[in-house]
Design a protein around this ligand. Sequence first.
Ligand code: SF4
Length: 374
Amino acid sequence: MEQDFPSSPLGLYIHIPFCLSRCGYCSFFNVPYRNSVLNEYVDYLEKEKSLYLNKLNRPLATIYFGGGTPSLLNAEQIRHILSGLNMLPEAEITLEINPLQITPTYLQALKTTPINRLSIGLQSMNQEELNFLERHHKPEQIQEKIALCRHFGYENLSLDLIYGLPYSTLQTLQRTVEKYLELKPEHISCYLLTLDADCKLAKEKNNLPNEEIQAEQYAFLCNYLEKEGYIHYEISNFALPGYTSQHNLRYWHNDDYLALGASSAGWISPIRYQNSADLNLYYQSIEKGETFPQKEELSQQRIIQDYLMMGLRLKEGIGLDEFYNRFQVKLTELYGERILKLQQIGMLNLTEHNLELTEKALFVSNSVIGDLIL
Ligand code: SF4
């Protein structure tokens, strides 16, 4: 098992669960925004930070503000949350931002913080699709907003895109992708729309394109973006050379990361832990000085399963030598028979150095990885 040297770099995830309104497709934990509630939350985040100071003295290679809508934080709050942290000079520090909040005033203030990457919740460039998703920004304003980000020196922008929308076709998707490309983002994350039973739009489930069309849309995105110079480095993620998401790579490589904020989950090998998604319980846990709530110490077998589950999401797959160095056992010794079966049906490639999903396995990755490890 990898030795967790106290000096090895760490990632930090900070969850901000507040949103201005609830998007129709959302089934994530989130809380209606009120300024006073956000202020109280930030106070608790700071207290939580101080509980982990010994861990946070490890150099931070990446920090990610996710949500919810973290761009509801003002610059002063971001500076406070980050103050006293031991960040590497080249640390990637990402803020998820709602396009509505990309304004000159906000970006100017943001420049007083160390945020150096923006992940923009754009989702689509089609007005009807944005209406359906209950996202309130306007496609015609996006070009100007991206120009503002550039003007304020943000050179690492990621755009989210949702496909598999009701009534969408390859033509509508192509129009959206073309408009995305005009914005020249460094990174694009593409997500398939899923409507869980507890979201407002659950009743629209029957209007979603069938699985065959969803798979076609996915294949279209992969081909189109690769043709335009984006590296398809993870199932859902595409980046221009040099702009892969360093924070998310920590998840896919199973590297340590600490997580702060209600409902967030962290991994400091071999411990997984999870903060409560109930604000009051989260606050109580901090008042008690608790660290690593709901912690679980994973067995070697679980760590290996998680490593495969996350690592196979990467196009480069799992390095066989890297696996051996981490776990002192050969991957083929543990999973040889299952790998062979999945190779025979064209879902896995085993080369001299790597184990990776085949192209056709990417869209059905969950079931293929499940067949391998469960
Ligand atoms: S999708 Fe994102 S922005 Fe919309 S309600 Fe959910 S967490 Fe908030």
